[in-house]
Design a protein around this ligand. Structure first.
Ligand SMILES: Cc1ncc(COP(=O)(O)O)c(C=O)c1O
Length: 433
């Protein structure tokens, strides 16, 4: 017996970070610890949980499905749960997306999207179109392809030699504008870098990948909708595919079902995960347009999309996702989201002039405060100090360095959300003291 076997926790430095807290019950917005405390899950357990923990409709759907068909491979087989999920997503996905490719998590949804885009151009006889364009500050996951399109950071530095090269262009990070403008004077000048790149090299480029309107792990950076619109226009103009990574932004996070709707654009490929199953089981889907799918349908087997994971389309996860879609239909989810938006707006405005605050940003259910720091970035010393402060005060928030953000499950009450904002306001004094 291996008595020394331990759990290696993600994004954790054992030599510096506190020991993990043992959670014995998760219910609604609360995580209950073994030592009798309860924490408000202010980041929806890494941005996945949307309807609260232990929602009875999802719990029931999982139990029912597990007793029926627990798992079956999706190559050569299908099942009711995947078919029902297709029907649910058909009702909410932008109209030009016609095919769903299932995988396991956000990173694999991105890997699928990148491979789909590159092989698409090979299948249509334009193999020279293989370059990928990604934004500064991007984060698309931790697998090798997803890291390649992510911005270079301490997360990816050890693997630099393994990653494939991508064309990197400005993000619309207005607080730290890459072209030295202010929002009042700019005409989305930051997109010019992409325009010039596509004019010069569009013939060699397969796709542009973006986190639509909200770059998450890169610092909760909110883009003006015009930026996304211009990216869409440029992709269309230069016959380059647009991949919208809606892993974080999908399923109501930005105030509409998908962030792309806010800019009124339709991507060629869309990545979904996190909120897909209500945040209860791992599952992802990469959706594409008929044009892309058709290029893979051929008597020539070499055109097949040879990609799949053991658990692709898992029936239990699919049943949870169907139940989550049902909650959107039956419960006032967008009313709840509307209340969160209002509270975020009010509370951020109230702290915007605090000396510790550099910038406030909000979109949909996400509210962020970029703190002034001598050491900005993920490695900022503020991060462990703030994390401990929030945990000690009953809230799970994981600042991204000097950026504190709230991203709650939609079922959070006004009182609970104000409690979280109160703790953020208190933490500001901690930063300026
Ligand atoms: C936009 C985006 N894409 C992809 C991912 C990767 O998802 P996962 O952690 O499920 O692999 C994340 C995770 O935070 C994300 O925010």
């Amino acid at each position: 017996m291996n008595t020394g076997l331990q759990i290696w926790h993600p994004f954790t430095q054992e030599a510096l970070d506190p020991a993990p807290l043992r959670i014995t019950k998760a219910e609604g917005v609360y995580l209950h610890t073994e030592d009798g405390r309860r924490l408000i899950d202010g980041i929806s357990s890494w941005w996945v949980n949307i309807h609260g923990h232990g929602h009875p409709a999802i719990v029931e759907a999982i139990a029912e499905q597990a007793a029926k068909v627990d798992h079956v491979l999706l190559a050569g087989f299908t099942h009711d749960a995947a078919e029902k999920l297709r029907t649910c997503l058909r009702k909410i996905l932008p109209g030009n997306l016609s095919h769903l490719f299932f995988s396991d998590d956000g990173s694999t949804a991105v890997e699928v999207a990148l491979k789909m885009a590159v092989q698409y151009w090979q299948n249509v006889g334009r193999a020279e179109k293989k370059g990928i364009v990604a934004l500064d500050h991007a984060y698309h996951g931790d697998t090798a392809g997803a890291m390649s399109v992510g911005a270079s950071s301490s997360f990816t530095d050890p693997f630099r030699e393994l990653l494939f090269p991508v064309h990197r262009v400005h993000s619309a990070y207005c607080y730290r504008c890459p072209v030295g403008k202010t929002r009042a004077t700019c005409a989305i000048d930051c997109v010019d870098q992409l325009r010039r790149l596509l004019e010069e090299k569009g013939r060699e480029i397969a796709a542009v990948i973006v986190e639509p309107l909200l770059q998450g792990a890169g610092g909760m950076i909110v883009h003006p909708v015009e930026f996304l619109r211009r990216v869409r226009e440029l992709c269309t103009e230069h016959d380059v595919l647009l991949i919208a990574d809606e892993v974080l932004t999908g399923f109501g996070r930005c105030g509409t079902m998908f962030a792309c709707e806010l800019a009124d654009i339709e991507p060629d490929i869309m990545c979904l995960s996190k909120g897909l199953t209500g945040g209860v089981l791992p599952m992802a889907a990469t959706a594409c347009t008929p044009r892309i799918h058709e290029a893979f349908v051929s008597k020539d087997r070499a055109r097949t999309f040879y990609h799949g994971h053991s658990y692709t389309g898992n029936p239990i996860a699919a049943a949870a996702a169907v139940a989550s879609c049902g909650i959107f239909e039956r419960e006032p989810v967008f009313e709840r989201i509307g209340t969160i938006i209002e509270i975020h707006r009010e509370r951020l405005l109230a702290i915007k002039d605090h000396p510790a605050v550099g910038d406030i940003r909000a979109i949909g259910t996400m509210a962020a405060v970029e703190l002034r720091a001598d050491d900005p970035g993920y490695a900022s010393n503020l991060r462990p100090k703030l994390y401990k402060f929030f945990i000690d005060h009953g809230v799970l928030l994981r600042p991204l360095g000097n950026i504190v953000y709230i991203l709650p499950p939609y079922v959070i009450t006004s009182e609970e959300l104000n409690f979280v904002h109160d703790r953020v306001a208190e933490a500001l004094d901690l930063c300026s003291s």
